[in-house]
Write a protein of this length. Structure first.
Length: 635
């Protein structure tokens, strides 16, 4: 009996199969869809839901059936990735991730290695994979009729299954982006390798590693750029390459700037097209120069390049749209954390210092962020929300902040608590924050919408954003993600010892050390927008008394920040480490500086703390004083 392993060809479906229309199979549905696939060893066609298409012929290798993958990926709606350098295929479906490498009998399933009897192979440019292994991992049922050598695969594609990536669609002969308005031929074997969040840069690899094509869009450019300006723009794209050709092509339906170059054995062709205030740059890379010398390949390369158009026909069913923008909103899916939400199309994506995923409007005034952490057994939604509210009151002075009453809402069927906070640093512009706390299963989801009250962000925007949030199953590769705020106690401290300079000081645990500037006895810490600095200097080298140092520093600050804006708000002497220290406090504009300086032995010890007035709480003032007075020199 022939052994079967691997069915989800189901997903890899990966490279070079003859393309034939199967648009009906790619349509999404609000209901679960049954999928039935039938194939026969030695025959070059497969039937999917009663529709027959021609494929590379399935065959048996050492008793294991190998099949092509692109058809099955389309039928089941799995996501596919391809790394041409390592010839590794990645498949993601329904929370399960599989990685297979051409020629390797080791597969990776959800991060764990598993052995397969026969390695994936490339046959006539098509990736062939063991059938039953993939099928079983993705939950499909495989039956083999030994009498007829017929294989039947049955499964159900989940409701709303997204067909991720261009390789999950058959019947598409062109690809493009409806938001930016361009299109391009989609030859067999082209695999999307990268697409930026804003979709303004997308790169495709040839599955055989022969070429790479990239399309990038530069917005807000000067309209009607000159020929030389466009050529200069292409030169900026090059990197230590030898220029072979550089000219402006004015013939044809759309003129463009052209630059050809070479580096080592690779050839590059750059094209720049302009439409309004946008410039479209197409970069075509041929990995080996000798491939371009083959007439058939050269013609195919040029045919692909010449197919680029500054148009997108939404009525063309053979045209695959790479854009997720609909109605001015971009659908963003984070497969790692299982979160989907809609973001205004013109916004950018970035990380933040707090580890949150952040989306920001072009003027940097409004943002939407989220962070995922693990839920401890003792934590609850109410405890979490109350804890964050308490931390907020510890950080911001009451005259510079306010907090509305918490509201209970539902986000994607999950209970959530929302608190709106506002704070200012100058009493003119108030920044508002919508803090959303959600707990689902073992994880906590913290969403934040930041905006300025001056911009008057509508409640409709906030509501529609929260309504767009969908929380699915996180990746199985995620382990425990500690929520650092859960055990945050701003009163907790740790003793810091410096043996070289013979001192100790007790520092609050939530202050963050700047290691690059904390050397030679000096220390620098940050707490939000505040900074703490300890400087150790040789008293003899300065030739100044602590009072003279304080006076000179005060005069410098007065000159730097303006005489009328700068005020001394406190001045006293108080003991630190057994000697009298000079204490001063200055206020200028919206900031406060606390200075403490004294001399012991041959050293000056200078403490300076700078922070916005908005952070000047009784809690912080006491903490600063306690930190400085904890300083002790040692023998």
């Amino acid at each position: 009996m022939i052994k079967l392993r691997h069915t989800y060809l189901i997903l890899l479906t990966f490279v070079l199969i003859t393309m034939q229309p199967l648009s009906a199979l790619a349509d999404s549905s609000t209901q679960a869809q049954s999928v039935h696939i039938q194939l026969k060893l030695g025959e070059d066609h497969i039937t999917i839901n009663d529709q027959s298409i021609t494929v590379e012929t399935p065959y048996a290798n050492n008793g294991v059936t190998l099949v092509p993958l692109r058809v099955i990926t389309s039928a089941f709606g799995a996501a596919l990735s391809w790394a041409s350098e390592t010839q590794t295929v990645g498949l993601t479906y329904n929370g399960t991730a599989i990685s297979l490498k051409i020629g390797s009998t080791t597969a990776t399933v959800n991060g764990k290695d598993e052995q397969i009897e026969v390695a994936p192979e490339l046959k006539n440019g098509t990736t062939m994979v063991p059938l039953r292994f993939i099928s079983e991992k993705f939950g499909a049922n495989v039956q083999f009729d030994e009498a007829t050598s017929t294989i039947s695969i049955s499964s159900t594609r989940a409701a709303g299954t997204a067909l991720e990536g261009i390789d999950s669609d058959l019947g598409k002969t062109h690809i493009g982006n409806s938001y930016y308005g361009w299109s391009l031929k989609y030859p067999t074997g082209l695999v999307k390798d990268y697409q930026s969040f804003k979709e303004d840069r997308v790169a495709f690899d040839d599955a055989n590693g022969e070429y790479r094509i990239t399309v990038s869009v530069k917005s807000d450019m000067t309209e009607n750029m000159s020929e030389d300006a466009l050529l200069d723009l292409l030169v900026d794209q090059t990197d230590d390459e030898s220029i072979l050709e550089k000219k402006y092509v004015s013939g044809g339906t759309r003129p463009y700037a052209l630059l050809k170059s070479k580096y080592d054995n690779a050839l590059y062709e750059y094209r720049a097209y302009q439409s309004g205030d946008k410039v479209y740059i197409v970069i075509f890379t041929i990995e080996k120069e000798e491939n371009d010398k083959v007439t058939a390949k050269h013609n195919a390369y040029q045919d692909l390049l010449n197919s680029f158009q500054l148009s997108f026909d939404s009525s063309d069913k053979t045209l695959k749209d790479l854009s997720t923008v609909k109605g001015g909103l971009r659908t963003y899916t984070d497969e790692t954390y299982g979160i989907t939400l809609k973001i205004p199309a013109e916004w950018s994506k970035s990380g933040s210092d707090s580890g949150m995923i952040q989306f920001t409007d072009p003027k940097k005034k409004t943002s939407i962020s989220y962070k995922v952490t693990s839920k401890s057994e003792s934590d609850t939604l109410q405890k979490w929300s109350d804890r964050d509210a308490n931390n907020y009151t510890q950080v911001y002075a009451s005259a510079y902040s306010k907090m509305d009453s918490a509201r209970n809402i539902v986000v994607d069927g999950n209970q959530a608590i929302v608190t709106r906070t506002s704070n200012t640093f100058d009493n003119r512009i108030w920044d508002a924050t919508e803090n959303v706390h959600i707990i689902k299963d073992a994880y906590k989801y913290y969403l934040v919408i930041d905006y300025s009250n001056k911009d008057d962000l509508s409640d409709n925007f906030i509501q529609s954003t929260l309504q767009s949030v969908k929380i699915g199953k996180p990746s199985s590769s995620i382990g425990t993600i500690k929520d650092s705020s859960e055990n945050l106690d701003r009163s907790k401290t740790s003793e810091v010892k410096n043996k070289n300079y013979n001192y100790t000081i007790t520092i609050p645990d939530y202050w963050k050390l700047n290691a690059s500037k904390s050397k030679n006895g000096d220390l620098e810490y940050a707490f939000g927008m505040g900074h703490f600095l300890l400087l150790v200097n040789d008293a003899d080298q300065s030739g100044l008394t602590p009072q003279e140092v304080a006076d000179q520093l005060q005069e410098k600050l007065r000159n730097d920040y303006g005489g009328t804006d700068f005020k001394e708000t406190a001045s006293r002497t108080e003991s630190v480490n057994g000697v009298q220290a000079i204490w001063k406090e200055w206020a200028y504009k919206n900031f406060v500086t606390t200075l403490c300086i004294f001399q012991k032995g041959d050293s000056h010890y200078l403490f300076m703390v700078n922070y916005p007035k908005a952070l000047q709480t009784d809690f912080l003032q006491k903490q600063i004083k306690d930190t400085i007075k904890s300083f002790q020199t040692t023998n």
